[in-house]
Structure formats: structure tokens, C-alpha cells
Design a protein. Structure first.
Lengths: 113, 113
């Protein structure tokens, strides 16, 4: 069974204090790993897709990296507007054409001014 | 504006009273999916559809029905709701060839008394 574990569950940072969120996964072959951002009361919003170990993607203060067993979302010099829950999800190779996506439970990030 | 809409946004009902949550997208996406989000359990896939008249079970399909008669619409039906179906529900859509970029609706908060 595919599994996605995110840590920590919650993270509180001072504005400008860089840190990383972790997503460890177990799948029988990875087709893609996704990061989403979810603001309170809203649906998740797509951030990145990573397809293979060693791949990196960047967007503003966020950088996502991927190894064979985990992914990191690095947040550099965060601002209060980066406060949100960050979700990780995986799509396995054997998903039968499409889309048995498995999500983690998320990391709730709070950035304090 | 490209979007996924859900109605209603909030619903309080009683056990056994049939209800339908509607989902519509204006992006001509082939793929649509329903998720439920519960504290500590994350997003779990209920049903998905790869195109009109093509639907399949996700991880937690019990107690739910779906239909895909038109490409833009993917309603979620609860024939006999029970309290354990109290949850936050999200509809999502994407192009089949872009399995990563799912667009999520704003969510429907359902309470079953």
C-alpha cells in the first residue's frame, strides 16, 4: 500500500528563519511526487511536480527536492504570507492509467512577523 | 476564469436524507475526482473519472456514488448519509496527460446529524 508521511505536523517560524519540510514516501515505483499549498477554508493549490531522484524545482522562496525515499520543501527567508498547510502527494507507476493519488496529512506552517 | 465550482459550500443534514454535491469545471478537463479531508487523515480519494461515463473507485468509496454524464460535471451522491460522512469534501480536475496539476474546488463542508 502506498504511504506518504509528512513531518513535522506543525512548524512555527520567525519571519526570515529558513527551514525544511519533509515528505517520506513508500510506493512501488514513483511516477510523480507533488507539493500543494492549502490555505484555511480553501482547496489545495498546486506548487510543484518532481519526477525523478535528484530533481529540484523552485518558486519564489520555495524549493522542492526529491530523493528515492523522500522529498523536502525548503523555505528560504519565509514571510507571513507563506503561512499555510503544505501537502505532499504521490502518484505510483502502477496506478492503472490514472490517478490513484495518495496524499500526506500535511505540515501546517506558521510564519510569525 | 479557469475554475472548479462546488455547491453547496456548507450543508447540514440528517442521517438517511439523500443529498447531492455538485462539481463543475470550465477547463475541458478529462479527469475529475472527489476527495474527503478529515483531521489527521489527510485527503483521501473517494472516486475518480477519466472521462465521460468512465468512473472508478478511490480509497474510500463506501457510501458514495458518482456519475459522469457530461465532461464538465461530476456530482457526488450520498444515498443515505451517516454521521461518519461528516467531512470536508473537495472536487478536483486535471488534464489526463497532466496528472500532476490538479485544480481543486473550494470545498463543501458537510455535517450529518
Amino acid at each position: 500500500e502506498d504511504q506518504v508521511t509528512q513531518s513535522p505536523e506543525a512548524l512555527r517560524l520567525q519571519e526570515g528563519e529558513s527551514s525544511s519540510l519533509n515528505c517520506s514516501y513508500t510506493v512501488s515505483g514513483l511516477r510523480g511526487l507533488f507539493w500543494y499549498r492549502q490555505d484555511p477554508g480553501k482547496g489545495p493549490e498546486f506548487l510543484f511536480t518532481l519526477y525523478s531522484a535528484g530533481e529540484e524545482k523552485e518558486k519564489e522562496r520555495l524549493k522542492a527536492t526529491l530523493t528515492k525515499k523522500e522529498s523536502f520543501l525548503h523555505i528560504t527567508a519565509p514571510k507571513p504570507e507563506d503561512s499555510a498547510t503544505y501537502l505532499c502527494a504521490v502518484l505510483p507507476e502502477n496506478s492503472g492509467g490514472y490517478q490513484k493519488v495518495t496524499f500526506g496529512t500535511g505540515t501546517k506552517l506558521q510564519v510569525i512577523p | 476564469e479557469a475554475q472548479v465550482t462546488q455547491n453547496p459550500r456548507y450543508l447540514i443534514t440528517v442521517t438517511g436524507k439523500k443529498l447531492t454535491v455538485t462539481c463543475s469545471q470550465n477547463m475541458n478537463h478529462e479527469y475529475m475526482s472527489w476527495y474527503r479531508q478529515d483531521p489527521g487523515l489527510g485527503l483521501r480519494q473517494i472516486y475518480y473519472s477519466m472521462n465521460v461515463e468512465v468512473t472508478d473507485k478511490g480509497d474510500v468509496p463506501e457510501g458514495y456514488k458518482v456519475s459522469r454524464k457530461e465532461k464538465r460535471n461530476f456530482p457526488l451522491i450520498l444515498e443515505s448519509p451517516s454521521p461518519n460522512q461528516t467531512s470536508l469534501y473537495f472536487c478536483a480536475s486535471s488534464l489526463v496527460r497532466r496528472a500532476d496539476t490538479q485544480y481543486f474546488g473550494p470545498g463543501t463542508r458537510l455535517t450529518v446529524l
